[in-house]
Design a protein around this ligand. Structure first.
Ligand SMILES: NC(=O)c1ccc[n+]([C@@H]2O[C@H](COP(=O)([O-])OP(=O)(O)OC[C@H]3O[C@@H](n4cnc5c(N)ncnc54)[C@H](OP(=O)(O)O)[C@@H]3O)[C@@H](O)[C@H]2O)c1
Length: 397
């Protein structure tokens, strides 16, 4: 029986993980759960799964859920709160496997502490590897524990890499759907609305990751993730646009062979793969090979999508530059969603914040959090400067 902690249990990946656990009751057990501010769902999950520990982001939410659980006759669930509560969920002695699925850097400390505590970690959270990949992967190597990618592209690469040794790899190909603006002329980018940008062609996800997919920043983050997870230089990680998203990613070996991974576009599969690794177990998540009709590929347009170029630059520089990239993107995307800035201003703000951030090597998670806060402050100032709130987005150029 594998005892699981879920960081971000109320989110999309968290709920999919619980669905996988539910399908295999003889293999997996929920040990601990961490949620953010969705107290109602956290309460329902605590009633259903009876975790040893449940954490909520805010003290008042934790107090309310604690009271409701006692009222429902459930006294065995310890309810904690805040960053320390999330760390407690991630490092509990009865946890074997941690699913890291809190969005943003809020999940960083708990993920790092889980690795430091010798837990096996399944990583959905991108931001952890983008901002502190060097520290997290070094600690995992020290602990002799695998970091198992749940993000579908890296999960696909992980699967393909089982076909050869690392020194036999020529390059990694990350596939990209291209987002909703693949065919939109650059001249029309200034008029892109929030509604259009939120309309992703293949995946239904949270708002930030959906906008990041539209700017191709999400693919840029994935390039950095791949560099850190698989210890390869950025020039050996390439992006290829594949609008059908049928192939989740590929690995090219030195002899010219290319291995690809194909499966349904359902996050429960990479979650199941990570939870059962190195085994594979039977599932009903089938892909119909008869539905395979077209597999189209084209190179990404770096001039149209500058976020991808910025991510490659940050991947090469590492350290403080990747922190600036992520923090500025988060602030700029939030400003775009609030219609404070236009779509084209997202990469402009990121580029300015990156340029204003001196290159620095990372030494600790605390330092990462400080640099992250500084970059956010800078990005907010730049948003303020560029903000044209009140003007309709279509008028922004
Ligand atoms: N969804 C996908 O298909 C997908 C695919 C690949 C990678 N990812 C990555 O996986 C991560 C999670 O994505 P998602 O789509 O599941 O996001 P989501 O649906 O927005 O869920 C985010 C989770 O994080 C929790 N959370 C937020 N702030 C928190 C805090 N301060 N303390 C504790 N918990 C907090 C939320 O709690 P509340 O809801 O209770 O506030 C929620 O449980 C992201 O990094 C994303 O890039 C997602």
């Amino acid at each position: 029986m594998k005892r699981i902690a879920i960081l971000g249990s109320t989110g999309s990946i968290g709920r999919s993980t619980l669905s996988v656990v539910e399908s295999y009751p003889d293999r997996f057990e929920v040990a601990t759960l961490a949620a953010g501010s969705n107290a109602e769902l956290a309460f329902e999950q605590a009633v259903r799964w009876k975790p040893r520990v449940l954490s909520l982001a805010k003290e008042e939410d934790a107090a309310e859920v604690r009271g409701r659980l006692v009222g429902a006759g459930i006294s065995e669930v310890e309810v904690v709160d805040g960053a320390a509560g999330t760390v407690r969920v991630a490092t509990h002695s009865e946890v074997d496997f941690v699913v890291s699925a809190i969005v943003g850097v809020s999940g960083l400390e708990a993920t790092y502490e889980a690795v430091r505590a010798g837990k096996t970690v399944g990583l959905a959270n991108k931001e952890c590897l983008v901002v502190a990949g060097e520290l997290i992967t070094a600690e995992a190597r020290r602990q002799g524990r695998p970091l198992l990618p749940i993000d579908s592209e890296h999960n696909a690469v992980h699967q393909c890499l089982r076909g050869g040794r690392m020194e036999e790899v020529e390059r990694i190909w990350l596939t990209a759907s291209g987002g909703p603006f693949l065919k939109t002329p650059k001249a029309e980018f200034a008029a892109i609305t929030v509604e259009q940008a939120l309309n992703h062609p293949t995946w239904k996800m949270g708002k930030r990751i959906t906008i990041d997919s539209a700017t191709l920043m999400n693919k840029g983050f994935e390039v950095i993730e791949a560099c850190r997870l698989f210890q390869v230089a950025p020039e050996r990680v390439q992006v290829i646009v594949h609008p059908q998203s049928t192939i989740h990613s590929l690995v090219e070996f030195v002899d010219g062979s290319i291995l690809a991974q194909i499966s349904v576009t359902d996050m429960r599969l990479p979650i199941l793969y990570a939870l059962t690794y190195p085994e594979r177990i039977a599932s009903d998540l089938r892909f119909s090979i008869h539905d395979l009709r077209h597999l189209d590929f084209c190179p990404p347009d770096m001039a149209k999508f500058p976020c991808l170029r910025l991510a490659y630059e940050a991947a090469s520089a590492g350290g403080a530059k990747t922190i600036a990239l992520n923090a500025a993107d988060e602030v700029a995307v939030a400003a775009f969603l609030e219609e404070q800035i236009g779509f084209e201003e997202i990469p402009r703000i990121i580029e300015e914040v990156m340029a204003a951030t001196p290159a620095r090597h990372l030494e600790s998670i605390q330092q990462v959090l400080i640099l992250d806060a500084e970059a956010r402050l800078l990005a907010r100032e730049m948003v303020q400067k560029q903000s044209r709130k009140g003007l309709p987005i279509r008028a922004i150029s």
